[in-house]
Design a protein around this ligand. Structure first.
Ligand code: CTP
Length: 216
């Protein structure tokens, strides 16, 4: 089937030399892209700035900001059988970008931020996506409650929830430990494992579920 995957962080510019970003390494999304490719799927990987290379045989679309990622997804989602949103998209960006480097004039500096586009939240409601939709929920508290809420609010078939307050898993780690949240089933915890092994399991699960729903 055709799978679109988002990965990595976004960078939201503040001035010509500074940006707001996060600790995402892109490892989970790139592992998913590799596993999907290995399973014989056609993969589009829309990625924020990361240091790892894209797996062979995957169509890589490189973006920087949340707005660019939103536009890249919007332009490519049609015709995809499944979409997995693993990118750590900035929720807010500086409301204005200074044309020149901001100088150190005061003792404090207040930034005004504005909301970015919610890409996962737009998949169904704005882009009219009807394929299998999977998102991630990276939370530091009330993990399953937040994940379940995200599942319903954004019309997902699957939310992959991970507790990013735990050391050694999630952001910028080699391993991950997630719980699968589905609309009509109890949350299903998976053991802590390498992102490569987890990615293969997730792709196998998504392929099976998408096939049951006759999405390809
Ligand atoms: N996501 C996205 N676009 C955004 C923010 C998040 O597509 N602007 C996606 C992420 O790729 C991930 C999922 O949404 O799959 C959850 O990200 P998270 O930041 O936890 O979601 P939010 O809806 O921003 O969470 P909350 O409403 O709890 O702040």
């Amino acid at each position: 089937m055709k799978i679109l995957i988002t990965a990595g962080p976004t960078r939201e510019p503040l001035d010509p030399v500074r940006y707001l970003s996060n600790r995402s390494s892109g490892k989970m999304g790139y592992a998913l892209a590799e596993a999907a490719r290995e399973a014989g799927h056609e993969v589009i990987l829309i990625s924020g700035p990361v240091v790892i290379s894209a797996p062979a045989g995957v169509t890589l679309v490189q973006v920087e900001t949340a707005r660019q990622m939103y536009e890249a997804v919007r332009d490519r989602l049609e015709g995809q059988n499944a979409a997995i949103f693993s990118a750590a998209v900035a929720d807010y960006r500086p409301a204005s970008q200074a044309e020149q480097k901001i100088k150190k004039t005061g003792d404090t500096l207040t930034l005004t931020l504005e909301k970015t586009e919610d890409i996962l939240g737009s998949a169904r409601s704005v882009f009219g996506f009807t394929g299998y939709l999977a998102g991630f929920a990276a939370e530091t508290e009330r993990l399953l409650e937040h994940a379940q809420d995200k599942l319903v609010r954004k019309g997902c078939d699957l939310v992959i929830a991970n507790d990013v307050s735990q050391a050694g898993i999630g952001f910028d780690s080699e391993e991950n430990e997630v719980t699968l949240c589905l609309p009509d089933a109890s949350p299903f915890p998976l053991p802590r494992q390498s992102k490569a092994v987890l990615a293969r399991e997730l792709i196998a699960f998504i392929t099976q579920q998408a096939s049951l729903k006759k999405l390809f």
